[in-house]
Each structure stands twice: as C-alpha cells, then as structure tokens.
Design a binder for this molecule. Sequence first.
Ligand code: NAP
Length: 355
Amino acid sequence: MPAEAERPGRVAIVGGGAIARFLAACIVPRGAAVTLLVRRREQCAALRAQGIVAATPSSRWRVAVDAARAGDMPPGPVFSALFVCVKSAQTAEAVAACLPLLRGDAPVISAQNGLNDQVIAGLAGANRAFGLVLSCPCESVGDTRVRCLTDAPSIACGAVADDNRGRLAAIGRLIGPPVALRGGIDLTAERWSKLALNCATGPLLALTGLTLGDLARIPAARGLVATIVAEVVATARATGVRPAPIAGLAAGDWIAGPTALADAAILRFAARNPGGRSSLAADYDRGRSSEIEDLLGVVVRRAASVGVATPVCGRLLRRFTGPAPPGAPTRIAPEDLLEQPGGVFIRGIPDGHEF
Ligand SMILES: NC(=O)c1ccc[n+]([C@@H]2O[C@H](COP(=O)([O-])OP(=O)(O)OC[C@H]3O[C@@H](n4cnc5c(N)ncnc54)[C@H](OP(=O)(O)O)[C@@H]3O)[C@@H](O)[C@H]2O)c1
C-alpha cells in the first residue's frame, strides 16, 4: 500500500462492463477509491452492495467500489482521473457526461479498442488525453463479476500529446497486478497494431463461432487473417502511420499477405489465448450491437479515402453487417473456409468471393 502522501485520489471509470470491472479490480488494491459511472440504477445498487469479484484462471479476489450514474452526481471536480471503458460508439456521450466531475487537469484515459483517442482529445483537450492498449481478454458475468481469460494480462500506456509522456508514470502506478504495464508507447502505432488484430480475428471468430485456438488450426483461416492484417497495415501506412509490431511481427512483414512468417505469428498469437473469442464475437453471440463499424468499418472507410484496396475487409464487413447472402449459413462452418489458388473462399457464397 503506498504511503499516505502518495496515495491516489478518487478515480472514476465510465462503463460497467468487463473492462471497467477488471480495471477497477486492479486499481482498488493500489489504494485509490474507485467509482464506476454506469447507466443502470440496478447495476449501481448491485456494485455498491456486492463490490466486484474478479477472477483469472488461477486467482479470484473481491474489491469494494462506489457506483453512480454520472447524471445523478452533483457537478463538481471530485475525480483525479477518468478511465473510459464504454464501447466506441458511446465514447463522446459518456465522456461529455463525466467531464464536469473531473478536476482541472485530470487525465482522461481510453481503455478501448478502435481509434477513439482523437474523440477524447477533442472533448477533454489533447494535453489530458491518454490511451491504454489492452491485451486483457475479459468477460463479464452478471452485473458485478468479471473473468479475465489469461493469468498474464498486459496493458501498454501512451499519451496523445508527445510532450505529455511525463504523466504516464503516475497513470501506470494506478494499475496493479496481475496486469503487467508497459509505458511510453507510440499510442497511434500501437492502436493500429491492435486494430489489425481486432479486424483480423474478431469478425471471423464471430461468424464461425470458433475459439481463437480452433480458428488458428485451420490453414485457410490463417490465410484470411494474414490477408486482413495486410490490408489494415497498408491502410495505416497510406495514412502516415507505421503500426507497431503485430503479433510480434514487424508491420512490413504482413504486407505480402499469407507467408510462412505470418502463419507462425498467428499460431503464436493464438497459443497465448487459445480459448479466446473477442468482445466483438461475444456481442455477436448475444445479438447485441457490436463495435464492427468502429473496427472494420473505420479501416474500410479510411482505406477508401486514401485509395487503398481492402477487398477482404470490405466483404467481411458487408457479410457481418448486411443480410447473409441467399443460401449462406448464419455461421460459417470451418469446412466452408476453402483455400484455393487465388485466395481463400467461403463455400456456398454465390460468386465464391462474397462472404
Ligand atoms: N472485453 C474485452 O476482452 C476487451 C479487451 C480489450 C479491449 N476491450 C475494449 O474495451 C471497451 C469496453 O469493452 P467491454 O468488453 O468492457 O464492453 P461491455 O462489457 O459491453 O461494457 C460496456 C459498458 O458500457 C456501458 N455504457 C454504455 N454507454 C454508457 C454511458 N453513456 N455511460 C455509462 N456507461 C455506459 C454499458 O452499460 P450497459 O450494461 O447498461 O449496456 C456496459 O456496461 C471496448 O472498446 C472494447 O473493444 C475489450
């Protein structure tokens, strides 16, 4: 426990889902008082009464938290940091509601997937905007519990404004075990790297119903993953971004599409979390709105604006968001992923390309 003088103040987390709960469970033991700003009154009551129970494969712990609806709190600068843990589409609405509750220079830290840092910088100011890139697969259970699927979750932390990197150490000190923290990253480069992985795995996991380990065992699926990563990397580069290594492989090594290197990188990545399904797949399974437009949709739109072809990302996006083509299964069965000369195709889709 830190000494009294170093003890962090009151920390707010907006969102009440898997990532909000897991972060709270890693922040409270460091000494901060955490308030979850959620949108349902019944969840407020449950969180206050029961706290949060977090689990990894080998541990389980409970933390006490406060909870409120942002709009129900009297405006006033009570929080010294805000972590943003809503889905991308709710970013602007959620952050705007919380800003009146923050102290003047309180950092606003996105723990989201996608490219939301500029949205937050636009609302809070670039000098207060920070981002976490999470390798932290989590599932929520009920309204108060969370399960992290790995014993070795890790988080990288970066600043939107380069000259603000000095504040990262204080943000990093808020988050304790079991998370391993890496600070001082190039946030944009890491966001695109994570975006590539999210686009390459989430939609396929959703459409096939498979786990990451099962998907990676299918050579044709690995071919699709490598092609999607290559399209995202090409888009990033055309917009002036050099993505950080993706699944341990330099971004440039993905450009050629499926290669032995890419194949090995996908297998290594999947081996770290073989049972993983992604939050996009979890939303698809439950019929809830997903972040597909903020992941694949962002890539396809940005690629179009800079003249980069993303045929596979485009087809996957249409397959995900539009009605399934006539005769196409709602789920794509593993045996329907066919590797043929000229690419990977889905059986049963009319022209052999659309999926
Ligand atoms: N889960 C993972 O493994 C994982 C890993 C890495 C990154 N991420 C990213 O982390 C972010 C959060 O994901 P998640 O899995 O935690 O999502 P989630 O479980 O769906 O949680 C989102 C939460 O936001 C709440 N919410 C929505 N609008 C709100 C508002 N205006 N004010 C307050 N709360 C609001 C929702 O409330 P209701 O319950 O009332 O709908 C829900 O509790 C996403 O960007 C995701 O891509 C997730």
